[in-house]
Write a protein that binds this ligand. Structure first.
Ligand SMILES: NC(=O)c1ccc[n+]([C@@H]2O[C@H](COP(=O)([O-])OP(=O)(O)OC[C@H]3O[C@@H](n4cnc5c(N)ncnc54)[C@H](OP(=O)(O)O)[C@@H]3O)[C@@H](O)[C@H]2O)c1
Length: 272
């Protein structure tokens, strides 16, 4: 019991120290500048969790570059001010494998190409909970849901990459993967739950999947690439589950020192 407490405390301390390091590096490196990006006219992109935060800014960048963007979001909110011709909102709950299957199936039925898949949606430090299929929330939403989505859309990605253009899978990960551990004997944190360790584990799983997929696609000769990208520390609602006093401090620090959403979206879009 006591050792579980120390393990949880250690996971939290490690994550906050890492956050401090990332923030310092971010400040030293200065603001991000978006390189000149190739036009994406005629390309189709799916951005998960694109209803707000980093995902929404990524979707907007892609639309400006000429892509047809499908925002796959959990709760479809009212259409934002920029309801552009090439921006669609579709329902996808990554905490439900059935919802992932339905989304993929309805996308495939449209016979559209898929040139860009941005696996962006995520949860962080949520209280202990299970997805519809009984998986730990971070593991289920951040990793498993995206894994299944990518798997179900892989043939479409491969087909779309045939004409000399590489289809891309971009996994929005986090530097938290560096301190993550895959707990093979307790993937779903049933023996003991630490929200900090669970977030780091899910992000490590996402990075490992991303690299493995890339290797598989290269060795199979497919025109599909996969990468993981850390957007840095960005002022979004992701931090809302921090312990209340920390959240208050974080809100002030975030306004002053964190990246703004559209700036961090550069790091994601620059992977295309
Ligand atoms: N912000 C940072 O400092 C930071 C740092 C490193 C990495 N990241 C990563 O960046 C990504 C985007 O985060 P953000 O900062 O933009 O956070 P955010 O503003 O909280 O956005 C997260 C998005 O994920 C969606 N989402 C959550 N649960 C979902 C589910 N079950 N099914 C479908 N969509 C779901 C949310 O939709 P709802 O609104 O419907 O819940 C929301 O659109 C995450 O993967 C995060 O881990 C962020």
């Amino acid at each position: 019991m006591l050792s579980a407490f120390w393990c949880h405390l250690l996971s939290a301390i490690k994550l906050y120290l890492l956050g401090l390091k990332v923030l310092l590096l971010q400040l030293l490196n200065g603001p991000l500048r978006l390189p000149v990006m190739p036009r994406q006219d005629g390309n189709v992109a799916i951005v998960t969790g694109g209803g707000r935060g980093i995902g929404y800014e990524v979707a907007r960048h892609l639309v400006r570059l000429g892509a047809h963007v499908i925002i796959a979001e959990n709760v479809i909110t009212s259409m934002k001010e920029d309801v552009l011709l090439f921006l669609e909102f579709k329902k996808l709950d990554l905490a439900s494998l059935q919802s992932v299957r339905q989304f993929a199936q309805s996308f495939r039925e449209r016979d559209l190409p898929l040139n860009i898949l941005v696996n962006n949606a995520g949860v962080m430090l949520v209280p202990e909970g299970r997805t519809e299929d009984g998986f730990e929330q971070h593991f289920g939403v951040n990793y498993l849901g995206h894994f299944l989505l990518t798997w179900l859309l892989l043939d479409t990605l491969k087909d779309s990459g045939k004409s000399g253009h590489v289809s891309r899978v971009v996994n929005v990960s986090s530097s938290a993967h560096c301190i993550g551990q895959i707990r093979l004997n307790d993937l779903n944190s049933r023996q003991s739950y630490s929200s900090h360790a669970a977030y780091c584990q899910s992000k490590l799983a996402q990075v490992l999947f991303s690299f493995h997929l890339h290797q598989e696609m290269q060795s199979g000769g497919f025109q599909v690439s996969s990468c993981a990208v850390d957007p840095g520390m960005v002022d979004t609602a992701l931090y809302r589950h921090l312990w209340t006093p920390l959240h208050r401090a974080q809100s002030v620090i975030a306004r002053l020192l964190f990246r703004v959403k559209h700036g961090s979206a550069f790091s994601v879009v620059s992977q295309l």
